[in-house]
Design a binder for this molecule. Structure first.
Ligand code: UDP
Length: 324
């Protein structure tokens, strides 16, 4: 059973590729290296190409039995500034990938969706039935693709798992792969970086939210827990399971200040920070209801915030400073 991991040289795709291989799958990576890194693909066959490049993509699809699609732009703020880029890649090019997948006779598709499809939910924790009302172009682009998968499922029998990630974080425990974003905008790597003497301060985006300590609460999930859920989702489709949409989180929320404390514990240094204004578009609390993913996949995230932050710290020290 061969899986084409599209966007496999990126942060989550590279972890999923390893999880698939550990479970006995043959893995082919496909990535245009626009935000991916060759070094995250080390040890795997990598086809370098764009998802819209049909001539490149078709021979790779011809060798695959299933597709996992991670190749998307994923900065909320950038999507507001430059929606064209987001709709071009996450919708237009992604549809080209989907059509080529269908034409190649592949009927199993696992998609990286996001809790951003829910927008600002009225109720916490967020179940899969929460109305999907994205509040930015990134979330809208992911929702469009969810709709396409639902329609293709009904019309063409393409079975899909639409996996709605909460806050992916942490790194493979080997220290060989981890988060590499340029620019880095995510809380955990920025908090760890702000623990180094002389580094830039972390700006806490808002301390006046209606939360226990006034800072935003998010559901941080270790990237290897996420990766394992992808394998389970593929196995669900392989064994004849229906198309589905599932939240992937831990079901537990942590505030920005709790993350800072975890970063201080991991590094043994104070995190230099300054309280700043709210970041536009940030809901106060996003926490997953994970009952469905537990029930259907028999899966549960096992790693704690402490493990997430310490694995990210190992990666930052050992790995992320090495050049691509
Ligand atoms: N955050 C922060 N300072 C930063 C980056 C993020 O206070 O420099 C907060 C942000 O407001 C949110 C949480 O940390 O509440 C997680 O943000 P991140 O960008 O890591 O992920 P997102 O939730 O946007 O996917």
């Amino acid at each position: 059973m061969a899986v084409l991991v599209v966007g496999g040289a990126g942060y989550i795709g590279s972890h999923a590729a390893r999880a698939l291989r550990r479970s006995g799958y043959e893995v082919i990576l496909y990535d245009n290296l626009s935000t991916g890194y060759q070094r995250l693909a080390q040890g795997f066959e990598l086809v370098i190409g764009d998802i819209a490049d049909e001539a490149k993509l078709r021979p790779a699809l011809a060798r695959a039995d299933a597709v996992m699609h991670f190749a998307a732009h994923a900065y909320v703020g950038e999507s507001v500034q430059n929606p064209r880029k987001y709709f071009r890649n996450n919708v237009e090019a992604a549809l080209s990938l989907l059509n080529d997948t269908l034409d190649a006779g592949i009927r199993r598709f696992v998609f990286s969706s996001t809790c951003a499809v829910y927008g600002v939910p009225g109720k916490i924790p967020i179940t899969e039935e929460t109305p999907r009302e994205p509040v930015n172009p990134y979330g809208a682009s992911k929702l469009f693709f969810e709709h396409a998968l639902e329609a293709y499922s009904r019309a063409y029998g393409l079975r899909s798992a639409r996996l709605r990630y909460f806050n992916a974080a942490g790194a493979d425990e080997s220290g060989e792969i981890g988060e590499l974003h340029d620019p880095e905008t995510h809380l955990i790597p920025l908090a760890l970086a702000a623990a180094a003497p002389g580094s830039a301060q972390l700006q806490v985006f808002g301390a006046d939210y209606p939360t226990p300590d006034g800072t935003c609460v998010r559901d941080y999930i270790h990237v290897n827990d996420l990766a394992d859920a992808h394998v389970r989702a593929l196995q669900h489709l392989e064994t004849g399971g229906d198309s589905l949409a599932l939240n992937l989180g831990t079901g537990r929320g942590h505030s920005v200040l709790e993350v800072i404390q975890a970063a201080e514990a991991a590094t043994g240094c104070p995190v230099r920070r300054v309280m700043g204004p709210r970041r536009p578009g940030d809901p106060p609390v996003l926490v997953a209801d994970v009952a469905q993913s537990q029930k259907i996949l028999g899966w549960q995230a096992t790693r704690t915030l402490t493990e997430i932050v310490s694995s990210a710290w190992v990666w930052m020290q050992k790995g992320s400073s090495r050049s691509a």
